[in-house]
Design a protein around this ligand. Structure first.
Ligand code: ADP
Ligand code: ZN
Length: 737
């Protein structure tokens, strides 16, 4: 009897199925074990208890052996059986992301979900869109006479095949009433799935564009990354659109990623206009949470065919993706710089491989990572070499040596003169300030010598008060030299800001001109950009003053003069990517000038007129720049030739953060693979952020595998941190110095 009872008990336990469930908690990997009376599908959303609270979880593994005393395992509280589970391909993407970026799976999963799916309520599933068309009886009718042109247009639209209500509304605002009438006559049929009808482009692709699009199309159905390199205005967007249209016409899905949305409203509008007839999901951080959740689900259910969004859209589940496009692939906003520090472009390529489809990365100034892959043949290079508008000409770029000039708050007399002339002629000007990667540095005004660190490839930062040059990569320090080691010049120059009072200077110089500053503060609100565009369109602005925010894909038709005040900061920057970014920004701002019919003018002030980056900008020649820069990177085994991961710590005082990292470094030094070097700890360039001070160590290797192993070891050691003052993080493929 005793025996029987015992086996009864054990069958009771046997009846419980154990699941590994991803929850958003900072505990181990965020994968916790819960029981349920029956197996739950992987990817299903559930509610589980965690520390006296009810939290959302995603079933990660089913039917596992319990990893702790079964009696202590808690049960799943609620299942949402009406919600389809998140698909396997999505879970694979998140597992990969979590592994590659050394971030807990549970937290990665929740970073990738829209708000609605993180809440403890059931979500409403979106209904598939209905497609309307004329049925046989309808097609046999005489169409409405042409003088009722709106009505006739709607009739034609219904004749052409299945269209959604939203698309039909664009043809005729009275669609609802008319369809109702015609449906009563028995002329209308509706279907749930239809191949969207696409409107054709307003252009005929030119030969270059056609060739690029054809190559992409040849790769349909298999994994192939492309780098579409074409100068600003060469018609890249039309190439994407052409290839996208072909995929959408097959009824398959397209993922289109673009940089941060408030920076690219025109591009978003262009995509939406061109594909107005296609069921579209738009996913970016400024969308209302409810709409975003619904769009996410519409993409996941295959109802939305075109998915457009910023970096986070790379995590959208897509059951049938046939093409992925990443526009402005070099843009820094594809890298998330907190919590889950992923790079959306890199994940986009991973997804294309997983889905067996082509991925097109497009840019006028590709990242050196992508360019290098195109050179080595890993990516296929597509090039557009001319501006698509026959009339559009490249701007004239002049480099002005300001080394010997007296500047007025950063302005040379020549720059002021040009601004005045342009204002009087009714043109619009842009004064461009470069703030990126900026730290004070020392250089020789005679021979152009800059001070590199003797231990690594970084440039040293000038610390005036401590009277030192310091390397923010390896923390090497030395006293400020009193003469140039190359030419002996004793008059070494400090490069500082000197541009704080740009607006005041302009207002005093041109009191009648309307001067507007564009920066993060002035564009913080959703409508700020729209407002700015309206003012530009209404001719209300004469001079824009701004930073790199203005360099991105904006089309300002009237803009015909660009003045670049302080390009040089980037060339002494301790951040090895600063010159790459400077080049991209100069090319972009130059591309802004004179897009329409008259050529624009660009004046770049510099104390280093001989620097190759300026020759490349003047010639508008990315390839020359890239070759130079890649040679330099190769010498130091910097990305893309070597790989980097930053391990960061912050604390109220930077010394504590440094000490914490250095202690771990010492523990780990004997354990790391031989190919891995550790640099630092050193304070970050921007050491203070949100009342905390930050330091970092760089782990570098030419072997990704070795580096990955080293980072895993680091994470194991860091996880033992019990000091509440210190917070740490890992940034794989770090972009920030
Ligand atoms: P990019 O994306 O390379 O900057 P766009 O696709 O925005 O270039 O094209 C630049 C301009 O040229 C746009 O105004 C676009 O409408 C126009 N354009 C693009 N392709 C063609 C074409 N084949 N014929 C005429 N105009 C074109
Ligand atoms: Zn150094």
């Amino acid at each position: 009897m005793w025996f029987l009872e015992s086996s009864c008990l054990s069958t009771l336990f046997d009846m419980m199925i154990y699941h590994r469930i991803a929850v958003n908690v900072p505990l181990s990997d965020g994968l916790l074990t819960y029981s349920h009376s029956e197996p739950l599908p992987q990817g299903a959303r559930v509610l589980v208890p965690f520390r006296n609270k009810t939290v959302v979880g995603i079933v990660w593994e089913t039917d596992i052996a319990p990893d702790m005393d079964a009696a202590r395992i808690l049960g799943v509280q609620t299942t949402f059986s009406d919600e389809p589970p998140l698909p396997e391909s999505w879970r694979d993407l998140l597992s990969f992301t979590s592994h590659y970026y050394h971030y807990p799976t549970g937290q990665a999963v929740f970073a990738a979900l829209p708000q609605g799916l993180k809440e403890t309520r059931a979500v409403e599933m979106p209904q598939p869109p209905l497609f309307y068309a004329l049925n046989e009886a309808g097609r046999a009718q005489t169409p409405p006479p042409a003088r009722f042109n709106k009505k006739a247009a709607l009739w034609d639209a219904l004749l052409s095949g299945g269209m959604t209500m939203a698309a039909l509304k664009q043809v005729n605002a009275q669609v609802a009433k008319l369809i109702e009438d015609w449906a009563e006559q028995g002329w209308i049929e509706t279907t749930e799935a239809a191949k969207p009808v696409l409107r054709s482009s307003e252009f005929q692709l030119n030969a270059n564009q056609q060739q690029a699009s054809d190559e992409i199309q040849t790769a349909f159905g298999s994994f192939q990354p492309f780098l579409l390199y074409g100068i600003t205005g060469s018609g890249k967007t039309e190439v994407y659109f052409d290839a996208m249209a072909k995929v959408l016409a097959q009824g398959r899905q397209v993922l289109f990623l673009l940089p941060e949305i408030n920076l690219t409203p025109q591009l978003l509008k262009r995509v939406e206009d061109r594909f107005a007839d296609v069921p579209t999901a738009v996913l970016h951080s400024q969308m209302a949470a409810g709409k975003r959740t619904q769009d996410y689900l519409r993409a996941m259910l295959g109802q939305a065919k075109l998915v457009i969004g910023t970096r986070l859209a790379v995590f959208t589940p897509l059951p049938d993706v046939g093409l992925i496009v990443v526009d402005e692939e070099h843009d820094g906003s594809f890298k998330q710089d907190n919590e889950l520090r992923y790079h959306a472009r890199d994940l986009a390529v991973w997804r294309a491989k997983q889905s067996g489809c082509p991925v097109v990365l497009g840019s006028a100034t590709p990242s050196l990572e992508s360019w290098h892959k195109a050179q080595s043949g890993a990516y296929r290079l597509l090039q557009l070499t001319e501006r698509a508008h026959a009339a559009a000409q490249l701007p004239q770029v002049d480099i002005l040596n300001v080394g010997r000039l007296k500047l007025d708050n950063g302005f040379s007399p020549q720059a002021l003169q040009l601004l005045k002339q342009n204002f009087e002629a009714g043109g619009m000007s842009l004064v461009y300030l470069n703030r990126r990667g900026f730290a004070p540095a020392l250089f020789c005004g005679d021979c152009g010598h800059t001070f590199g660190c003797p231990n690594c490839s970084a440039k040293m930062v000038l610390h005036q008060r401590a009277r030192q040059l310091r390397c923010h990569h390896c923390d090497h320090r030395e006293p400020i030299p009193f003469k140039c080691p190359d030419c002996g010049n004793q008059d070494l120059t400090a490069v500082g800001h000197g541009t704080q009072r740009v607006e005041e200077t302009l207002r005093a110089f041109l009191p009648k001109a309307a001067v507007v500053r564009v920066d993060r503060d002035s564009t913080a609100h959703k409508n700020d950009w729209a407002d700015l565009y309206r003012r530009i369109a209404d001719n209300e602005i004469d001079i824009l003053v701004g930073t790199q925010m203005l360099a991105k894909g904006h089309d300002f038709a009237r803009l015909n003069l660009v003045i670049v005040l302080n390009a040089d900061g980037s060339l002494y920057s301790a951040d090895f990517r600063a010159s790459e970014r400077l080049f991209a920004e100069l090319m972009q701002v130059s591309g802004r000038a004179g897009r329409a019919d008259k050529p624009g003018k660009v004046l770049i002030q510099t104390q280093l007129p001989e620097h190759p980056v300026f020759a490349a900008v003047k010639a508008q020649d990315y390839a020359v720049f890239a070759e130079n820069e890649l040679n330099e990177r190769q010498m130091f085994a910097m990305p893309p030739f070597g790989f980097q991961t930053a391990v960061r710590a912050d604390a109220p005082r930077v010394a504590d953060a440094m000490e914490f990292l250095n202690a771990a470094k010492e523990t780990l030094a004997p354990l790391l693979p031989e190919s891995v070097s550790q640099f630092g700890a050193a304070p970050m360039l921007m050491v203070r952020l949100a009342e905390r001070e930050r330091a970092q160590i760089f782990l570098e290797s030419t072997s990704r595998q070795d580096l990955h192993r080293a980072v895993s070891l680091w994470v194991q050691v860091l996880q033992q941190n019990r000091d509440g003052k210190i917070r740490w993080s890992v940034d794989v493929d770090a972009q920030e110095m």
